[in-house]
Design a protein around this ligand. Structure first.
Ligand code: ACM
Length: 268
């Protein structure tokens, strides 16, 4: 099967312009199975106020952006994971959505908010879902989630074989170092679709990455260019959790020794 990403710069506050951009980049990817887009793709990232974040958000049911992605998935018979500024009642969530040839499938809401995101978004409240699309099982994380090993592990334990990771990374190079390691220690594929360009005082770091279950970088994009990248993968590699003939990644775990992980206030 084939997986890939589009690395580009969504246009802050202009969903139609962002759709036109994606449309110009997506046709090169006609023959992929799964395509990942960056974080907050329908809105842009660096809001000046809650009002701006609100104005650029959409409800899943009435979203111009999701309707566009649905039509593309149907037309090209593919699955798309994208970052999405989600409005639900009075709240905003920094979400990732999964869409397929038959329409909207599901969402994840970012658990770990970064910097000013805390002023606009509520932290995720729907856990870490995994979606079986037939070809494979997909989990989703969003950007700064990358620094918390627990969430990658939980998705792997729930059966995720590919973790799609829409991002707007800012801290230079750090997540790009960690992602292949998370792939290695969970034996999963990871697609980090990062954005490029800048918004106000923030610059985004590109280097979108596809990492393999052996911790190799199958492809890493440039720091600054728009790129649509599609790669062949062997999904069976993500199903094999045997490390040696006497070691299994999952059954060798010692969860009874990990109880500190579920305590909130730790002193270190
Ligand atoms: C980030 O979480 N967008 C850095």
């Amino acid at each position: 099967m084939k997986i890939g990403f589009i690395q580009f710069a969504p246009i802050l506050g202009d969903v139609q312009a962002t759709i036109r951009k994606i449309d110009g980049l997506i046709d090169q990817s006609k023959i992929t199975d799964i395509l990942v887009l960056p974080e907050l793709c329908n809105s842009g990232y660096n809001f000046n106020s809650f009002e701006e974040a609100w104005e650029t958000s959409e409800e899943i049911e009435n979203s111009i952006f999701i309707n566009y992605l649905k039509s593309k998935c149907k037309q090209l018979n593919l699955y798309i994971v994208s970052g999405f500024n989600e409005r639900d009642n009075k709240a905003l969530y920094n979400s990732a959505i999964l869409i397929g040839p038959k329409g909207y499938i599901g969402k994840y809401r970012k658990l770990h908010l970064f910097m000013n995101e805390k002023d606009y978004f509520k932290p995720g409240n729907i856990g870490l879902p995994v979606f079986d699309i037939g070809l494979c099982k997909i989990g989703m994380l969003v950007c700064f989630d990358w620094i918390f090993p627990e969430v990658w592990r939980i998705l792997a334990l729930k059966g995720a074989e590919i973790i799609c990771h829409p991002s707007n990374l800012i801290l230079p190079g750090l997540a790009q170092k960690a992602v292949p390691i998370h792939a290695l220690i969970n034996r999963v594929y990871i697609v980090t679709a990062n954005r490029i360009g800048s918004e106000g005082d923030l610059s985004f770091t590109g280097l979108s990455t596809i990492a393999t279950p052996m911790g190799n970088i199958l492809f890493q994009a440039s720091q600054i260019k728009e790129e649509t990248v599609i790669k062949d993968i062997d999904i069976t590699m993500a199903r094999d959790k045997i490390i040696t003939k006497r070691n299994d990644l999952f059954s060798d775990r010692r969860p009874e020794e990990y109880l500190l992980l579920i305590e909130k206030d730790v002193k270190g």
